[in-house]
Unconditional design. Structure first.
Length: 490
């Protein structure tokens, strides 16, 4: 179905699973319960299957993405035209150059970070001098790590316009010098990639090249992004439904406003790894075009989705662990809640299928990876939906920075299975989706579950290879597979 193909293009969400996988697992279910809903893929499958679902996630950004994708709002043509005009103005201001007497708009510029040799002071280009993580000085031959360099500097080496390479050094120097003049006077989030209550940096912190949120952007792109978001927020105060879809397109495009886009021929311009990082050779993308591309993807997806969801009622609650009573009637419904999975499974609900796709051990840290989006979404108006930054304490993952161990993770999974036993109907099933690089950790998980289910469930295990490869495989060439554990209630 066209809708399922489009959703993966609308916005990146780490470790998202194929819609087809959920469709296979929820067949014949009248009510599906997903306590780790993420970007709402299970809800999409539920709608396509003609069933009802309760989706929950503790992360407010995940709830926002699920709600924005699954609800019945669509982008109006007038909204699109208004932001096309704004982007055209910003593009002319920030990305246009005079080349041989002709006005050209840049697609992107290629930057490189050079490091100063701590021994002789020579500037070292990392493109040709890397050896096992170290740089080799071409002048004195010294080997050193980038973080031990005396200094570092960023410079533009190439410009690209409409698939044409611009190598004119004078134009390149002018572009780089012009970039210094961009000072963002519009609102943008500030702060560091840190657990403020612990005084510790994120595990996925970008390090010395970007200790603060602002450092993750070039001056030019921060100027453009903040100007654009100021208009989006003002629009949102007038029309919340349209404004939320604009915000969705904005955060979807946001990585392409950062310094995290490597310059590579092996894959497209995207956020490659599940961490904040700044590659030494990277692209400064034309953010106006990045945003408009996402805007049209959102528009096309919602235009198709509205046909699929027309017979469902879709609702949302952003209040964490709200005490409201959720009563499900005979109609088709998708309810999206912000809930701790352990508390959600204490609700008085009976489900045919409980599907759980928890964070995969220590591989993806959602609070950290969605933090940049959350800071922008909270915005200058202080949107209360995104004001909570303390929920990381209750995440279920393995994170040595905050003191969550593998044993803690296993205990949480077992607790969730035990609680699910009371909620799943007879002959119903619990589906657990796991992935880990270590087969030992997975085997320990299986053995623990075998001991705890104590004859109440029949266990099936399947190794599943998604048809759509993860973005990181584009630069690492690694095959991705999942383990599907089905616990069928006797």
């Amino acid at each position: 179905m066209k809708t399922t193909r489009l959703v993966h293009k609308v916005i990146k969400f780490w470790a998202r699973k194929p819609v087809e996988l959920y469709l296979r697992e929820i067949k014949d279910a009248k009510l599906v319960l997903d306590p780790f809903a993420g970007s709402g893929t299970s809800g999409m499958a539920t709608v396509l299957a003609g069933s009802s679902a309760i989706l929950a996630d503790i992360n407010p950004v995940a709830v926002f993405i699920s709600w924005s994708l699954l609800n019945k709002s669509t982008l109006e043509e007038e909204t699109i035209r208004r932001f096309q005009e704004l982007c055209n103005e910003l593009e002319e201001e920030a990305y246009a150059l005079l080349v041989n007497g002709q006005r050209r708009v840049l697609n992107y510029a290629v930057w490189v970070t050079e490091f100063q040799c701590p021994k002789c002071g020579n500037w070292v280009d990392p493109r040709r001098t890397r050896y096992n993580g170290k740089l080799k000085c071409t002048h004195c031959g010294a080997l050193f790590y980038p973080f031990t360099s005396s200094d570092r500097r960023d410079k533009v080496i190439l410009l690209f316009s409409e698939k044409k390479v611009i190598r004119n050094q004078q134009l390149i120097r002018e572009y780089q010098e012009d970039g210094k003049a961009f000072v963002s006077t519009s609102w943008h989030p500030k702060g560091e990639f840190r657990y403020e209550e612990l005084g510790k940096n994120f595990r996925e912190c970008p390090g010395i090249l970007a200790p603060k949120l602002e450092d993750l952007f070039t001056k030019r792109n921060l100027y453009v992004a903040s100007k654009l978001y100021e208009e989006i927020e003002d629009f949102w105060t007038e029309d919340a439904d349209q404004g939320d879809l604009l915000k969705l397109a904005f955060i979807a495009a946001l990585p392409q406003a950062t310094k995290m886009i490597p310059h590579t021929d092996s894959s497209g311009p995207s956020w490659k790894l599940p961490r904040y990082w700044i590659p030494y050779i990277r692209e400064e993308r034309n953010f106006c075009r990045s945003f408009l591309r996402r805007l049209f993807l959102v528009h096309n997806f919602k235009k198709n989705w509205i046909k699929a969801v027309e017979n469902h009622e879709v609702t949302v609650c952003f209040d964490l662990n709200s005490n409201s009573k959720y009563i499900f009637g005979t109609g088709r419904e998708v309810t999206i809640l912000r809930y701790d999975a352990r508390i959600l499974l204490d609700l008085d609900i009976k489900a045919d299928v409980i599907v759980m796709d928890p964070p995969h051990y220590d591989e993806v840290h959602y609070f950290e990876l969605l933090y940049l989006w959350q800071k922008w979404l909270e915005g200058r108006y202080g949107d209360p939906r995104f004001s909570d930054y303390s929920f990381w304490r209750y995440e279920i993952d393995v994170n040595e920075v905050v003191g969550r161990t593998f044993s803690d993770y296993l205990s949480s999974i077992v607790l969730l299975v035990n609680k699910s036993e009371k909620l799943v109907r007879r002959r119903g099933r619990i589906v657990i989706i796991l992935h880990n690089r270590s087969s030992m950790m997975f085997n320990k998980t299986i053995n623990m579950l075998r001991r705890k289910i104590d004859g109440h469930f029949k266990m099936e295990i399947e190794r599943y290879r998604p048809r759509v490869r993860s973005s990181a495989q584009g630069i690492h060439g690694k095959e991705k597979f999942l383990y599907i554990i089905r616990l069928i209630k006797n």
